[in-house]
Design a protein. Structure first.
Length: 285
């Protein structure tokens, strides 16, 4: 694998942008000539990268490789504002242009495309990276944009150097430990705490504020399970503990865990542990 440490970033364009009223219905698909990073300063919305749609909010970093179709949708009541950097990463002779987007793929000018190196750590970087618990990285990204806009003698060199450090640290954060989206962490902890309240998938989805596809992707990324499978695991753990530590009847245990019938509970317990609740209890005695 080619090492991302070898990148030599050159910024084409860097600016702050607030989505205006007319943008709240979304914009047409766009295609970048170079790599794009967007840091959400405020507001809420969505980033559409066919066939997926991702909810975004303050503190999220969005990564879009060259020539990947994407579009933004800003929340009408809480409009998006983002810091944006369009850059080249592996180019000894960068394309000297500020042109960084096209809205018509048929008119894409290949002479303006950035150089792309395959087989780097960037291929594992997700579209949306929550940086809410890494506020320093958000401050660095904001400073990169502001430094680039100064247009002083060394502004571009400083901004490019900071951008390299920023990208390397983001990749390091993603690699060092499982990156848990705070919106998913809340749901995971809630399921662990309230498993006996039942499998309320629609409520979990709504509470996360995420789109269904994104919710499933991030949940599986965090737990290696679907939401329903994770709930089943937790409610079965509670069931096993209840059968070992009290003298309640199987029916009473099933009721406490939110099952509508002992038959349903017994069937699910047996499928999970390979033994009926009654026999499980006998083995523990």
């Amino acid at each position: 694998m080619n090492a991302i440490v070898d990148i030599t970033p050159v910024i084409r364009v860097a600016h702050h942008y607030k989505f205006h009223q007319e943008k709240t219905t979304g914009d047409p698909g766009r295609y970048g000539y170079c790599y794009a990073f967007h840091f959400v300063e405020s507001g809420r919305g969505e980033i559409m990268v066919p066939p997926y749609s991702y909810s975004i909010q303050r503190g999220d970093l969005i990564f879009i490789p060259p020539v990947r179709e994407h579009s933004f949708l800003s929340d009408h009541e809480n409009q998006l504002a983002t810091y944006n950097v369009y850059c080249e990463l592996w180019s000894d002779k960068p394309v000297m242009t500020e042109i960084h987007l096209t809205w018509d793929i048929s008119k894409l000018d290949e002479m303006l495309l950035t150089h792309v190196v395959d087989g780097t750590e960037l291929e594992d970087v997700p579209t949306v990276i929550p940086l809410q618990h890494h506020s320093r990285l958000g401050e660095i990204f904001t400073h990169i944009v502001q430094q680039h806009q100064k247009k002083e003698v060394n502004s571009n060199v400083i901004a490019s150097s900071l951008l390299k450090a920023f990208i390397l640290e983001v990749v390091q954060v993603l690699q060092n430990k499982p990156f848990i989206d705070p919106r998913i962490k809340i749901i995971v902890e809630r399921i662990q705490r309230e498993a006996s309240s039942g499998c309320d998938y629609n409520n979990w989805l709504e509470s996360s504020g995420l789109k269904k596809t994104q919710f499933h992707q991030l949940f599986k990324q965090t737990t290696n399970m679907s939401p329903k499978a994770f709930w089943t695991k937790n409610v079965m753990k509670q069931a096993a503990v209840s059968l070992m530590e009290n003298n309640l009847s199987i029916t009473e245990v099933a009721n406490i865990l939110g099952y509508s019938s002992i038959h349903h509970f017994t069937k699910q317990f047996t499928a999970y542990y390979g033994i009926s609740p009654t026999n499980f209890r006998k083995q523990q005695q």
